[in-house]
Design a protein around this ligand. Structure first.
Ligand code: B12
Length: 248
């Protein structure tokens, strides 16, 4: 199967249920990261970054939690993603695919893939890092974590993982235009301050106008401990038929 058709198939399965899928070449990613984070594939290998948009909660996660006996051993969103991408794999039986999920670690306990860099090189989001700031206001030794902004959803999205099509080469894959939703130094500083200083108040997600964002229900869900999330969803469903954490 050709690269273009594979990307079409993956999009047709995942977009209707609340995800975005953006193709990139392994080489684009490996050019940025240090050797320990490089993905060990041919430089022209096709990969796709998967992003969950705000409506994924209603379309995929809530139904998944109600269908499954989520035990609390693993975060329901992680179980849900593992199942979702396995379904994609099974529906493309002739295509070899490695699945690298955002929460997975390699044998040296490093993330298997740096999804922010992957999202940036695929042109899906812009990754703002301390190195992008001109008038750096922080002490030199302070660790400042970088954060991505999506041109339509601001910070109201999450990366879920990368699919690598190990035998598919895409030498001609066109490089997408790079979004830059926060072009000013001051806005970028504000973003990094909010993400590093007060991410729990959700405000870093709201620096640009967005077309959709997490509902109050979804915010409550992600602010609840994983072991309590199934009960919460059951209550939500009950309430709608009658009428806090650790991550998303
Ligand atoms: C470990 C981790 C944490 C750790 C450490 C954070 C960190 N960034 O290191 C902790 C526990 C603190 C954490 C916390 C949070 N996290 Co966190 N975390 C991760 C995780 C699993 C790995 C990050 C990591 O270790 N990076 C390693 C470092 C070295 O990478 P790096 O700084 O990007 O450096 C690379 C780039 O600079 C690149 N590079 C070099 N030059 C250039 C140039 C360009 C142009 C580019 C593009 C790249 C590039 O090379 C470097 C590597 O060699 C990622 C998911 C993932 N698999 O990537 C989520 C992730 C970063 N977290 C995320 C979030 C949302 C959070 C929290 C808000 C909690 C939550 N989940 O709700 C908090 C907020 C942070 C805070 N204020 O504390 C999101 C960020 C989404 C976004 N919009 O960007 C991610 C992507 C998870 C996801 N699934 O979406 N997190």
């Amino acid at each position: 199967m050709e690269a273009e058709n594979i990307v079409k198939s993956v999009k047709s399965m995942l977009e209707p249920i609340g995800f975005e899928c953006h193709p990139f070449k392994i080489d684009w990613y490996n050019k940025y990261v240090k050797p320990g984070f490089c993905l060990n594939y041919d430089p022209d290998t096709l990969a796709v970054i998967i992003i969950s948009t705000p409506c994924m909660f209603e379309k995929t996660l809530k139904p998944f939690i109600l269908r499954k006996a989520c035990t609390g051993v693993k975060d329901p969103i992680d179980e849900c993603m593992a199942e979702t991408v396995n379904t994609v794999k099974q529906s493309l039986p002739d295509v070899e695919m490695d699945i690298l999920l955002d929460y997975e670690l390699d044998h040296s306990r490093r993330p298997r893939v740096l999804v922010q860099t992957a999202g940036h090189v695929a042109g899906a989001v812009r990754y703002y890092q301390r190195s992008d700031i001109v008038k750096d206001p922080w002490p030199s030794k302070k660790r400042v974590f970088g954060v991505c902004i999506h041109p339509r959803y601001g910070g109201w999205f999450a990366f879920r993982g990368v699919l690598v099509f190990t035998n598919v080469r895409a030498p001609e894959l066109p490089r997408p235009p790079m979004p830059d939703p926060l072009p000013d130094d001051e806005q970028r500083i504000e973003l990094l301050k909010r993400f590093n200083g007060c991410w729990q108040d959700w405000k870093y997600r709201d620096l640009i106008p967005v077309s959709d964002k997490y509902s109050e229900e979804q915010k409550l869900y992600f602010a609840t401990l994983p072991r309590d999330r199934k009960d919460l969803v059951a209550k939500m469903i009950n309430n709608s038929s009658n009428s806090a954490s650790v991550g998303e």
